[in-house]
Design a protein around this ligand. Structure first.
Ligand SMILES: [Mg+2]
Length: 243
């Protein structure tokens, strides 16, 4: 099943990115964005570079923090797990993202790891840090999400996996983690978050969340580490750049 799906995805990629007739056709912008993340060495190097810089920063800041008192927070999709096969499949048929097909993809548990993620997570564990996964995946696909993270070497039993539920924005879940109370927290254990890792601006604390050393552009490269995502995001629908 997996092999046939991969073959179908490869065929879809070929259909998208090569001219089906003698008349050359430029690939669509969507196909180019997907190809960048699936096939380019630039994307893979950029991702490993970001994770290496994040690990260096965490190692420095962990020197003055007691083991178990600090954590890092990672988003899941296009931060830790690579869902480009889903994006490719949708693009091949000219279909937009929608939740039913997305959850069907998640249930396959076939996403690979984003380059550099596994090394980063291993480094954090060696340093004595905790790991929390805060994702807008639906809580109903929690088991598949945990299984997929585990299958690519990213999840440990002590991690927190905080998925989307009504009225529980990422900001709410971040606040729970930091305070040590609420379903997202390590119960009774407030933590200092040394790094947030994500591919969308919503993965990072806003200024009004009042989480130390975050909430401004200066935080990027210090406590906040951003991966590129050329496949999807709010930027595809509106101008999100502020300066
Ligand atoms: Mg993401």
């Amino acid at each position: 099943m997996r092999t046939s799906f991969r073959l179908a995805a490869a065929a879809a990629a070929a259909a998208l990115l090569t001219a089906p007739t003698a008349r050359a056709q430029a690939p669509s912008a969507a196909a180019t964005g997907i190809k960048y993340m699936r096939d380019s060495e630039e994307y893979a190097s950029l991702s490993r570079q970001m994770y290496r810089l994040a690990a260096d920063s965490v190692a420095r800041r962990a020197q003055t923090a007691a083991s178990g008192s600090w954590a890092v927070v990672l988003d899941i999709d296009e931060t830790a797990l690579d869902n480009s096969t889903y994006q490719l499949d949708r693009a091949a048929y000219g279909l937009a993202f929608e939740n039913t097909s997305w959850n069907a993809w998640v249930l396959r548990r076939e996403a690979g790891a984003v380059p550099g993620a596994a090394d980063f997570v291993a480094a954090v564990r060696r340093l004595g840090g905790r790991i929390a996964w805060i994702s807008n995946r639906d809580a109903v696909v929690g088991d598949a999400t945990r299984a997929n993270l585990r299958s690519v070497g990213l999840l440990a039993d002590a991690d927190r996996v905080c998925l989307q539920e009504p009225q529980r924005t990422k900001a709410v879940r971040r606040a729970e983690l930091v305070s040590g109370s609420g379903t997202c927290a390590w119960s009774g254990t407030p933590v200092k978050v040394l790094a947030f890792i994500g591919d969308q601006m919503g993965d990072f604390p806003a200024a009004d969340e009042h989480i130390a050393d975050t909430g401004s552009d200066d935080a990027f490269g210090r406590t906040c580490f951003l991966l590129p995502n050329s496949m999807y995001g709010e930027w595809t629908a509106r101008v999100t750049r502020r300066r």
